[in-house]
Design a protein around this ligand. Structure first.
Ligand code: ATP
Length: 133
């Protein structure tokens, strides 16, 4: 059976490269399910979990946005950060969540509010992934 070659890459280097049967991810336009034979595609990703399903093992990865590219059964996830559940430091994510909530609730300009909302999304995404793993 055909598989997808999946690479997850960040500015710090590759996070994972392996074969899987299906990739589920959340593009900004909605959920994407990618299987072998998928049409070529580039799409921006939401701050979300990417699920990689293989016949022996599955993986979940928290990504802070970025892009998914699909071409000839090769899927590349390019993100500013990408962590498997074991990479995530729960205490750091909890502190980031509290910090972002404090910033959101304090009086500040719009730019800082957007930054705080994005930081909160990243922290909640990491905590959610640990819970699901
Ligand atoms: P923090 O405020 O804790 O730095 P952040 O959401 O601002 O969180 P990012 O800018 O998304 O952090 O990521 C910076 C780097 O730190 C990336 O390499 C990312 O993988 C890593 N990182 C961020 N939070 C965690 C965490 N809770 N556990 C492990 N690595 C993390």
């Amino acid at each position: 059976m055909n598989t997808l070659t999946v690479s997850v890459v960040t500015p710090d280097g590759p996070v994972l490269e392996d074969s899987f049967e299906m990739v589920s991810c959340k593009a900004e336009s909605g959920e994407l399910g990618i299987m072998p034979g998928h049409i070529p595609l580039v799409a921006p990703l939401a701050i979300s979990a990417v699920r990689l399903k293989g016949n022996k093992s599955s993986e979940m990865i928290a990504v802070s946005g970025g892009f998914v590219e699909v071409r000839s059964d090769k899927v590349t996830i390019l993100a500013q950060s990408a962590e498997t559940p074991s990479d995530i430091d729960p205490e750091r994510a909890r502190k980031a969540k509290e910090r972002a909530e404090r910033r959101k609730n304090s009086k500040q300009d719009d730019v800082d509010l957007v930054r705080a909302e994005l930081a909160l999304k990243r922290a909640l995404n990491r905590l959610d992934l640990i819970e699901k793993s």
